[in-house]
Design a protein around this ligand. Sequence first.
Ligand code: NAP
Length: 261
Amino acid sequence: MGTTAVEGKLAGKTALVTGGSRGIGRAIAERLGRDGATVAVGYARDETAAREVVARITKDGGRAFALHAELGTHGDAARLWAAFDEGTRAYGNGGAVDIIVNNAGVGYDSELSGIDEETFDKVYAVNVRAPFFIVKEGLARLRDGGRIVNVSSGASRIALPRIIAYASTKGALDTFTLNLAKELGPRGITANSVAPGIIHTDINASWLRGNPEAEAEAAALSALGRVGQPEDVADVVAFLASDDARWVTGRVIDATGGSGL
Ligand code: NAP
């Protein structure tokens, strides 16, 4: 018989996954739930999807709740943690968290010439400012020995001027990760970034889904010859969230399937 969520590696832990309703975040939430964590499934607009993720986790014997938190506006982190306190009350854990996964992010396809200040601020507000303040405001709740995983992108490590603003948000996130690792190390808290390559999710749907030519081109970028799936990233996050990764911190872990080698 397989291990149940109650006996899993993360049993007794509580995890927050922002953007847990769809795509990579959904796969992360489901995986952490299977590993035994109580999962706060963050979402902004798609409540139905978040509730589906919660149902999936609980059906498999895990514990989860949907957490409404629209990120990208001032005060978003404080509102998120207030909703988290409300959600965790049922589990009597006193609002503590063990694993913070900053996954929610927005893409923006444009060269330098096409970015205005408003768009720049919006992309940075969701991809950089929100994770920054979620961690800052969450530190009192984050237990010693905890984990922070920031979902970055392979785009922060190569030049892709076509997505210059988005790519630079992920560079900022990686530097945030590096500094968090140093600051929080004395408490046994690790902080790492995971950098996916092209993954089949809604963020890429407009150009990738149902387009065999684009699929072939995207697959050819990876040494493994295919486009990634959300679970390819979720399994790496699950490793970093586990005790197995206790000696890994301040790093950007590549999950691009060997893209651009
Ligand atoms: P996705 O399929 O578009 O899903 C985005 C998720 O983030 C949804 O759960 C969405 O919630 C949530 N979200 C979006 N805007 C939000 C906001 N303002 N406040 C709160 N939540 C918000 O995206 P994905 O492809 O899974 O991407 C997840 C992360 O991986 C992102 O940080 C992205 O940059 C990174 N990444 C993705 C790829 C890729 O190829 N897919 C590659 C490298 C890195 P609602 O649906 O409820 O609005």
